[in-house]
Design a protein around this ligand. Sequence first.
Ligand code: BEZ
Length: 211
Amino acid sequence: MALQLGDIAPDFTAESTEGTIKFHEFLGDGWGLLFSHPADFTPVCTTELGEAARLKGEFDKRNTKIIGVSVDSVSSHEEWKDDIAETQGYAINYPIIGDPDRRVADLYGMIHPKSLENLTVRSVFFIGPDKKIKATLTYPASTGRNFAELLRVLDSLQLTAGYSVSTPVNWTDGDDVIIGTAISDEEAKKRFPKGFKTVKPYLRITPQPDK
Ligand code: BEZ
């Protein structure tokens, strides 16, 4: 069965551009983002991996380790890294797993043969400090991901892990949030001292509590 939200992200040992990775050890006590790309030396992937390098500092700020994977070899990744730096202006500053035997790809269900035969699609796994899968995204080879969206999702996951709130449509860090329906008005008054607006009994809006 495919991995589901709440499952433990499977552990593995694999070779990468930064040496042998023991995945859970690599994640440590923080958050993780494991993302696959279809193939080295391809156009969309080149832009995506360059963007991930550009945003590495933003992931660091969120205590989140990022790591790429494809079914290419580590030596292929090493060669390709030069092209990424040359064309995107950012040198790869995070590990990329070489997975020619598809062990990691199969473990995470990253190969979707009806979309792309024998190669990983564009999968993303957001992993919490408890090693559980908190969110996933899956895009086809033809659609490059929006890495600002990955940061936005991470902001929501990290906020909602600490407070009984959820984030509304198009929310970005600093916007108002929604108080969980399990929280009574009395409790909400205590937990959200900045106050809240009741639009409907099930829709109560409060300023982001950690700002
Ligand atoms: C790309 O990154 O552009 C790509 C990768 C695999 C198949 C098709 C396109």
